[in-house]
Design a protein around this ligand. Structure first.
Ligand code: MLT
Ligand code: ZN
Length: 489
């Protein structure tokens, strides 16, 4: 477990005031206050220690959310929005207690329009349900985080979630046309548009997408849909080592081939796939899962081109023969996060992004860090857009300082390659202290000013994204981290 700072909670009197204001505004049936009930809203899927809130609001409408925001503002306690709770960076963890607004009950798909190719949804819609509903109408909503059976669209919007198909189709932000949100004082606001085109005013919608629940709470989203791309063909390219697979990715980008997914799995993760019942040639030490879509003839042509590029280094290239084989492969891929968690007592999953031609360099860096610190690192992810999940695995809690050292070195390397700390999971609490490695102090300050405009008292999802003061001021367990945090990258 990494050690995250703890933050002061509301006093007992403030928490009591918040609970009674909430109960008065919403009625007791929508407000959970017992410690046991609150515990279910304490954590997410990251390494951030769970922290129980003082109360939970089970929102069933935008008006409920507005009432909750007003009550929390009046009591001056933190308020933290939560959708599916599947986040990977601590985004919905109420680290300073206060009130959690649970939006999972707001799970209506309000409209799917073929004529306009839009869907209007509430924040609690589970992504897989949205996919099914949209596909039943012959359309397509591309964002596909691997937690799609449990994550909800409100969280996807908060984190600007992506997934394997982002390589061809982009991330959640590319599909959000407009939002209805509630501000900290309870004001309900519509941003954006329903039309495909439109440049009126600042692009507040884009600012809100990916703001990690720190600026406003989403109550409704208007999403852009696209026509269903048609046939799909899935290939597995097997390589003798991970560097060869990384080189193949660069070659594909350079050749201009555009599959919808290019997923890389290194040796450690391949073992996890094998353990999930997918037979993979024992000689393979790395794999690329490649998927193309379009008209059948188009798929054939793209697959052939991919095969040619991979053939330089690949041991074998296989095409999934039917939907069952394809589903088995994707199920194994989508389960990698829990499967790798089972490989050690402690796991940390990063989601760094590097320019695609630096993927082999990043993989070499992980080997070097592993050799220096003894913290095992296995890597898989969305290599097509340079977004790799470097997973740190360890068994002994006493190794936490070495984990910090590994992370620090990894992030420095990524930034020096002109990469970025997070491609889809968000900064949250997990990477907050490393933000200064990538962003200059003036940019961080500008974002803090934006936060203050939306939330002058700092009540909405506090202590996320921005470096926490305690760690900035204190010397770090990692040699040199304090220097690096102030811009020595
Ligand atoms: C994934 O791609 O599987 C998810 O982003 C989760 C992760 O492994 O970190
Ligand atoms: Zn991912």
């Amino acid at each position: 477990m990494r050690l995250h700072p703890s933050f002061p909670r509301p006093s007992a009197a403030m928490a009591d005031k918040a609970r009674s204001l909430l109960e008065r505004a919403l009625g007791p049936s929508k407000v959970l206050t017992s410690p046991e009930a609150c515990l279910a809203y304490a954590g997410d899927e990251s390494d951030q220690e769970p922290v129980a809130p003082d109360a939970v609001v089970l929102a069933s409408s935008a008006e409920d959310i507005a009432k909750a925001m007003r009550a929390a503002s009046e009591a001056e306690v933190p308020i933290v929005p939560r959708a599916g709770g599947s986040g990977k960076s601590g985004g919905c963890v109420p680290v300073a207690g206060g009130v959690v607004i649970a939006t999972l009950g707001m799970n209506g798909i309000l409209e799917i329009s073929r004529e306009e190719q839009v869907a209007v949804v509430q924040p609690g819609v589970i992504l897989a349900d949205l996919h099914a509903a949209v596909e039943a109408e012959g359309m397509f909503f591309p964002p596909d985080p691997n937690s799609l059976k449990m994550c909800a669209i409100g969280g996807n919007i908060a984190e600007n979630a992506a997934g394997p198909r982002a390589f061809k189709y982009g991330s959640t932000r590319d599909y959000v046309l407009g939002l209805e949100v509630v501000l900290i004082d309870g004001t309900r606001l519509r941003t954006g548009k329903r039309t495909v085109k439109g440049v009126t005013g600042y692009d507040v919608t884009s600012l809100l997408v990916g703001s990690e629940g720190t600026l406003a709470v989403t109550t409704e989203a208007t999403l852009r849909l696209i026509p269903n791309p048609g046939a799909v063909m899935t290939l597995m390219a097997l390589f003798p080592d991970v560097y060869a697979s990384g080189r193949a990715v660069s070659a594909m980008i350079a050749a201009g081939v555009r599959p919808r997914c290019i997923e890389l799995l290194d040796e450690g993760t391949l073992d996890a796939v094998r353990a999930r019942g997918v037979a993979v040639d024992a000689r393979a030490r790395a794999m690329l899962i490649l998927e193309v879509d379009g008209a059948p003839a188009d798929c054939e042509a793209q697959a052939e081109r991919l095969g040619e590029v991979c053939a330089v280094d690949a041991i074998d290239i296989l095409v999934a023969q039917d939907a069952a084989q394809r589903d088995r492969l994707w199920e194994a891929r989508r389960q990698l996060s829990p499967a790798t968690r089972a490989m050690a007592r402690y796991k940390l999953s990063e989601d760094v992004v590097v320019p695609r031609d630096r993927i082999p360099a990043l993989l070499e860096e992980t080997r070097a860090i592993e050799a220096e610190t003894g913290i095992r690192m296995i890597t898989y992810g969305h290599a097509g857009d340079g977004n790799l999940h470097v997973n740190l695995l360890w068994n002994d809690a006493a190794m936490a300082p070495l984990v910090e050292r590994s992370l620090h070195r990894l992030f420095r390397a990524v930034v020096s390659m002109r990469g970025t700390l997070t491609g889809e999971h968000g900064v949250g609490t997990s990477k907050a202290d490393f933000l200064g490695l990538e962003q200059q102090p003036e940019l961080i300050e500008l974002q803090k000013q934006i936060k203050r405009v939306f939330d002058p008292k700092g009540l909405l999802n506090p202590h996320k994204i921005f470096p926490r003061r305690q760690l900035e001021a204190a010397p770090s367990v990692v040699d040199g981290r304090a220097v690096a945090l102030h811009g020595a990258c």
